[in-house]
Structures are given as C-alpha cells and as structure tokens.
Design a protein around this ligand. Structure first.
Ligand code: ADP
Ligand code: MG
Length: 577
C-alpha cells in the first residue's frame, strides 16, 4: 500500500483509543470537565454499565454557544494557551482531547448555558460528525450525554469486561472523586439505583463509608502531614485491616487521581514488618504540591505523573504514613530480661510475620535463632505430637505439654486452621452439610459490594451457603455450612464479598479456597473468648488431626514451642548463661 494520510475519522478513532478505553474513562473525563468548570453539583446517570448511557450534568460555568463546535474539536481547550502553561497546570484537563475523542466513538449530545446567556444551546455528534447547534432552554451549566459508546468500533466493545466489572470501575472512580472533592455534591444513578450520593459538606468519612462500608470506614486512620511545599491528607488502614492486593491504594496529586508505583511503594514500605507477607494496606491519600514540581503531561489519560524531586516526595509519604500508623497502633514490646532473653527483644513481638513461616516449615528448615517459631521438624513433616492439654491462659492461648516441651497454642489461629481443613475436605467430596437458619438473616451491603455478591451466588452455593437477593443491595442468608452453626451469618457474608474484588476471575477452585479461608478466619473463636474445658480439648484434638497444624490458612503460626532444652538453658540448668 502507498503511504496515505488517514481520514480525520480514522485518525480521531485511533487517538480516542488512547484516552477512552472503557465506560469509566468517559466518566473520568466528563467529571474532570465538570470540576474544571467549577461545578458545585455533579449528577451522573449510567445505564447498562455505561454501555448505552453515560450522562454527566453540572452547574458549572457552561460553554458559550459560539464555542460549542470548538469544544468538541481535537486540540481545542480553554485551559492552556502557551507551551509554558504546561508546567503550571491547575486544571484537570489541558489536552483538549476528551470531548473530541468521546464524540468520535459514540453518539454525544452537549447541552450548555453560561450565566450571561439567556438560553442554552445544544450540539449533537454522531461518530464524530457534528450536526447544527440549536438553541434550547436549559439551566446554567452543562449536560453531556454519551449514548452507545463504541457503537461504531465494535472491536472495542469486545474488550469490555463484564457489566459488574465495568460498573465497579465507574463506582470506584466516582466515589474517589467524591472523596477528593468533598465540597462538591455528587450523585450517581445506575438504572433505577442511586449508588452514591454525597452532601458536599466536606465529611470525608461519610463518603469513605460508601466506598468501604461503615465498619471499615470507622477504622480508617486519618493522616495529616505537611512538609516544605507539600501537604498530605487522607486515610490509611490500621495494620489489622488489610487486603490481598494493592487495588485499594489510591493517590490524588493536586486533585488528580494518579497511578504511581513509587508512591504505592512508599506507602507499603511504611507498613514494613507490620503486615503479613502478601497483605496490603488500604489508603486514599491526597497530596498537594506546587504544580511546577510535578509534570502531569506524561500520559494520554493523565493517569501518571512525574515528580521533579521524586525522592523527596517518596520519603515524605513514607515518613508521614509511618508516623500515622505508629501514632495509632501501640507496638507491643517484649520487656528486656524476660524469658526470651536478648535475642528477641529487638523484634516487635507478634507483629513480625514477614518471615514466611509456612514455607520454612514445609521445607523442614528452622528459622534462624528465632525462638518464637516452631521447633525443627522431625519425622513426618506435617504432624504435631500428641499433646496433653493443661489449660487456657488470658482467654487467648491454650497451654499444652508434648513429649519435647511446652506448646502455646493461639486459639484463634488454631481454630481457623481446623475450620478451614474441615470445610475444604467436605468441599472436595462435594458434600458440605448445611444448617438452615431458623430466622434467615438479612444483610445490606454498599452498592459496589452488593453488585459483586450478586455475581457470585453460585460460588457460595458450592461452599454450603444459601443466599438470595432480597431487595436493593440486600440479601437474605438462609443456610450456612453446618461447621459454622452458631456463628454470625451476617458477619460471614460481609467477609465473603471482600474476596470478590479481583477483576480477572481466578480459577473457580482457587477462588473458593480463598473465600473459605476468609470465612474461617472471621468465624473462628476470637482471642479473649473463654473456652470450656471440653471446647479446649476438642480444639487441640482437631488441630492434631489437621494436615498442616502449624500454621493458620494465612500463614501465621498456630503455636509456639518451648523445648525442654531451651527451658533448661533459660533456667541455667544447662550450658552457660
Ligand atoms: P480539556 O478539558 O483538556 O480542555 P476537553 O475536550 O475535555 O478538553 O474539553 C474541551 C473544552 O470544552 C474545555 O477546555 C472547556 O472549555 C470546555 N468544556 C468541556 N466540558 C465542560 C463543562 N462541563 N463545563 C464547561 N466547559 C466545558
Ligand atoms: Mg477535559
């Protein structure tokens, strides 16, 4: 083929591919435009996960009638005029591409009116081709209506994920912008459901609740830090609240949601040694800095930035987060001169799970000089010796004697392991005895989670749960696996949804095992719960019968072993001490 110039339609579709990837990208661009226009209220309507309709209405400055055709032209913007301006951008938009891009891959209608116009105007675009501008009556502000996204690029449609996933991306986006712009009123309606509504009164924690649910929102720690020319506000999770991926980590820089690996690393490093391996914090953090110190023009969808002084920003975030965690989380310390001697006093007892105990035990190695780990494994790797129960201490640990010393068993971790193996064994033979609830429990979830759950009811059936939709965002639990009888079904359901967060569906079996692990953790006896002697016995016997009795399903040890040999050394009966 000879070289030819592409037709404007093809050229703009190619360009649109960079900016508009999915319905959530349209939502992002339109919300950013509304915010740039100084909106106090942003109202969004979505139908069919944004495939058939995305409408964003604002009460901002509006677009003058004469400028409507320009607004939808490529490289037309009111936010920038010289190249120098690029380095002091204070608006979210500046590329002058969004409306043109959206217009070229959808049927788009813009209706707008400025304060000094008596009436408004409307412009309709179909696949990038403009119709005449017509005068219409409309309130001050702008309404952009995008119908049938990608109707003229069917290949794009094939790349969209399930409605649930696309809807979730939109929910996540709008909720985060609502958090960042807490002085602006947001309302998001999807079909008949209002999925988000904020008051614009600046109460961030209330918005956080619609993102994570009330319980989690209550626990999130508030961060406020300042350093020369930089300021950070927002929320981070306490060490007890973690996720299996980094997806709940959000950073805004100067009001712009960005994905930045370095910032995410700074955050996770601040939690170093405080979280288990493979667990990540949740965070929504807002950084403000001089626009000149950050280059926002490095990514077509403006999702990445470059810092002039990356190191300084990195260490600011890391130190601020670390300080906040430590301020809220008392670090238990082992007083010197205790049984443990000097070898362990420098460790933060009970918090340092960064050694993958499980792995070490599997290969039969002994964690170096680490007294609080299990003993060297002899003979058959898996099992623990028969134990003689002595009793419970602190309503948290069981004390038992084995042939080679004393065992301290963490009742919660042990029970978690026992429940998990029982459930998985029943699951394997596809026979999980269910226990019907006399009074079915009803649970109302935040819309995003409710959405996820609806898509996974089948998985729950496999795990012995019987859950039915019961009105908007509400579910009814009618039966539980029998091994959980007596525990709180609503609590179980809430943990279940946490695990449906992945975009890509993992293998069904893997998913089920993960969910099982999560439920067992939630429903296992807690520390602080007094157990009857019978319950204590049953737990120790059940643990002895487990395949992997030494760790809970999440890799924490279920027991600490104090060998006779070690006790003798500690009491000075043996060796020099
Ligand atoms: P950019 O935001 O990068 O300038 P867009 O294509 O998103 O590019 O928008 C083009 C122009 O249209 C903007 O510069 C702005 O002047 C105008 N505009 C778009 N949306 C709105 C809105 N909701 N309210 C007022 N003006 C708008
Ligand atoms: Mg824009």
């Amino acid at each position: 083929m000879p070289i030819r110039l592409l037709s404007p339609e093809v050229a703009s579709q190619i360009a649109a591919g960079e900016v508009i990837e999915r319905p959530a990208s349209v939502v992002k661009e339109l919300v950013e435009n509304a915010l740039d226009a100084g909106a106090r209220t942003v109202t969004l309507k979505i139908a069919e996960a944004g495939r058939t309709l995305i409408e964003v209405a604002d009460d901002g400055s509006g677009i003058p009638q004469a400028e409507l055709p320009l607004a939808v032209s490529r490289h037309a913007t009111s936010k920038l005029s010289t190249a120098k301006d690029l380095f002091q951008i204070k608006t979210l938009g500046f590329r002058g591409e969004a409306l043109a891009s959206i217009g070229s891959v959808s049927q788009m209608t813009i209706t707008s009116r400025t304060t000094d116009q008596p009436a408004g105007a409307r412009l309709r675009l179909e696949g990038g081709l403009e119709a005449e501008v017509e005068a219409v009556g409309t309130p001050i502000g702008t309404v952009v209506r995008v119908e049938n996204l990608f109707y003229n690029v069917p290949a794009r449609l094939k790349f969209l994920k399930t409605d649930t996933t696309e809807r979730r991306a939109i929910d996540a986006l709008v909720t985060r912008y609502a958090l960042a712009y807490h002085q602006v009123r947001f309302k998001l309606t999807e079909g008949q459901n209002v999925t988000l509504q904020t008051t614009g009164d600046g109460d961030r924690r209330a918005i956080l609740a619609s993102l994570y649910g009330v319980e989690v929102a209550k626990q999130m720690l508030e961060v406020l830090a300042e350093d020369e020319g930089m300021r950070m506000t927002g929320f981070i999770s306490p060490t007890a609240l973690t996720r299996s991926n980094r997806r709940e980590i959000t950073f805004f820089i100067n009001g712009r949601w960005v994905h930045d690996v370095a910032l995410t690393t700074a955050l996770t490093q601040a939690y170093h040694t405080l979280l288990m391996v493979g667990r990540y914090p949740m965070a929504t953090l807002f950084l403000e800095m001089d626009p000149e110190s950050v280059d926002v023009n490095v990514h077509p969808a403006k999702a990445e930035v470059r810092f002039r002084e990356q190191e300084r920003v990195f260490s600011f975030v890391q130190r601020a987060v670390r300080r906040a965690i430590l301020a809220y989380t008392p670090v238990p310390s082992v007083p010197s001169g205790t049984l443990w001697g000097s070898e362990t006093t420098s460790r933060q007892a009970g918090l340092d799970w960064n050694i993958a105990h499980d792995e070490l035990l599997k290969i039969g190695a002994q964690p170096s000089k680490n007294l609080s780990s299990a003993p060297p494994v002899q003979g058959k790797l898996k099992n623990i010796p028969l134990l003689r129960l002595i009793g419970q201490i602190g309503a948290t640990y069981l004390v038992a004697e084995g042939p080679d010393g004393l065992y301290l068993i963490d009742q919660h971790a042990a029970h978690e392991r026992v429940l998990f193996e029982k459930l998985m064994a029943q699951h394997e033979i596809k026979n999980i005895p269910a226990q019907a609830l006399l009074t079915p429990a009803t649970v109302t979830l935040p819309p995003a989670q409710a959405n996820l759950l609806s898509g996974q009811i089948e998985t729950l059936v496999h795990l012995g749960f019987q859950v039915d939709p019961f009105g908007p965002n509400t579910f009814q639990i009618r039966a539980l696996p029998a091994i959980f009888s007596g525990s709180d079904p609503a609590a179980a359901l809430r943990v279940l949804v946490e695990d449906f967060e992945e975009d890509e569906t993992p293998l069904q079996n893997e998913l089920e095992a993960r969910i099982a692990g999560r439920v067992c953790k939630r429903l296992a006896v807690k520390a602080g719960q007094t157990l009857s002697p019978d319950e204590q016995h049953a737990l120790v016997t059940d643990l002895e019968n487990c395949d992997s009795p030494r760790t809970c399903p999440h890799g924490r040890p279920t027991m600490i072993h104090l060998s006779v040999d070690m006790l003798e050394r500690q009491f000075g009966r043996k060796g020099a001490r």
